[in-house]
Ligand binder design. Structure first.
Ligand code: NDP
Ligand code: OXD
Length: 306
């Protein structure tokens, strides 16, 4: 059994070594053009030339949760694409989002500014009941985030394509329920996959439906957000601020207005990192399961696009 590794943003060697250790019977190597076709591929945003050479693949394993970059390639019809299924990402995402929500709600950013200037000042406590948080996407990551926010007693709403049940979370489903979901929330967390249906979903109209003084946390993909619409809503005062981890162009270009906007917090696509050891263990386990003819979690539906 041959496994090929093709990662556009990381060194393949540690992945090759890890997969080899987990599957000693396999021949694992970093892809070189012209290599013999492999049975299994482990990839992040590979070039089309890589895909075109893989004529015998049984599955393509993505080393991330989002498969938007992969689905833009011409893939052989019927090829099984498998995404990472948590693999240590959901707890990181819960930390990141709770930190951003609490920092904003408790005004820790304001306290930091005050203390930097030597000012001992109090702000009026806010009521959690006035700060309902909405989580767009109730999948692997969104569900964990919604549950984590409930620990801090925030009222939490969730929105998904099909109906979901998450204890303590008011769940809304489908396009018809989007407006009711948005108008119930002051803080909005985006954890949707990027698909033709969700591209540009964070725009003037949708963000404008949040309660006044709204706050956005985008941790999914930059192309979900219409950048100019966010800036306009910040300028009008309808939105109080945003925490952004993902951008249309990454790294965020040096001259982009998000860098210097006083009410934006920017991080470099780091809210939930791929953890190599956990991911290798998950992928190796799935290759072994598929070889035994067993089903695995995280198989992407090419029609839904996630
Ligand atoms: P899942 O596939 O597990 O969950 C996706 C959720 O979005 C599901 O609840 C799904 O609904 C919902 N959804 C999809 N399309 C629509 C739609 N058109 N309308 C309403 N709801 C919709 O994904 P994950 O939770 O694992 O990951 C989510 C995204 O997070 C990834 O695709 C990736 O882009 C991003 N990500 C970002 C990272 C970062 O570091 N910034 C790290 C990892 C992931 P349903 O339940 O009905 O299927
Ligand atoms: C992912 C990501 O999709 O890191 O896993 O963004």
């Amino acid at each position: 059994m041959r496994i090929t590794v093709c990662l556009s943003q990381q060194k393949p060697e540690p992945w090759v070594a890890g997969l080899q250790a987990a599957l000693p019977g396999a021949q694992v190597s970093a892809w070189q053009p012209g290599d013999p076709p492999a049975d299994w591929a482990v990839v992040w945003a590979p070039p089309q030339a890589f895909i075109d050479e893989q004529t015998d693949l049984r599955a393509l394993f993505n080393t991330g949760a989002g498969v938007d970059a992969l689905l833009q390639l011409r893939l052989p019809p019927g090829l099984r694409v498998v995404r990472l299924d948590d693999a240590g990402m959901s707890v990181q995402m819960a930390e990141y989002v709770c930190h951003a929500v609490i920092r904003h709600f408790r005004e820790f950013d304001g306290y930091e500014a005050d203390t930097r200037e030597g000012r001992w000042s109090y702000r009026k406590p806010r009521s959690r009941a006035d700060w309902p948080v909405g989580v767009m996407g109730l999948g692997v990551l969104g569900t964990r985030v919604a549950q984590a926010l409930r620990v801090f007693d925030f009222p939490v709403h969730g929105w998904s394509r099909s109906p979901r049940e998450v204890p303590g979370v008011v769940c809304h489903a489908g396009e018809a329920a989007l407006d009711g979901f948005l108008t119930s929330c002051r803080v909005l967390v985006n954890l949707l996959p990027l698909t033709p249906q969700t591209e540009n979903i964070l725009n003037r109209q949708t963000l404008g439906r949040l309660l006044p003084g709204g706050y956005l946390i985008n941790v999914a993909r930059g192309a979900h957000l219409v950048d100019d619409d966010l800036l306009a809503l910040l300028d009008s005062g309808h939105l109080a601020g945003a925490t952004l981890d993902v951008f249309r162009t990454e790294p965020l270009p040096a001259n982009h207005p998000f860098w210097s906007h006083p009410r934006l917090t920017v991080t470099p696509h780091t809210s939930a990192r791929t953890l190599r050891d956990e991911s290798i263990a998950q992928i190796a386990g799935k290759i072994a399961a598929l070889q035994r003819g067993e089903p695995v979690a995280g198989v992407v539906d090419p029609v839904r696009g996630y």
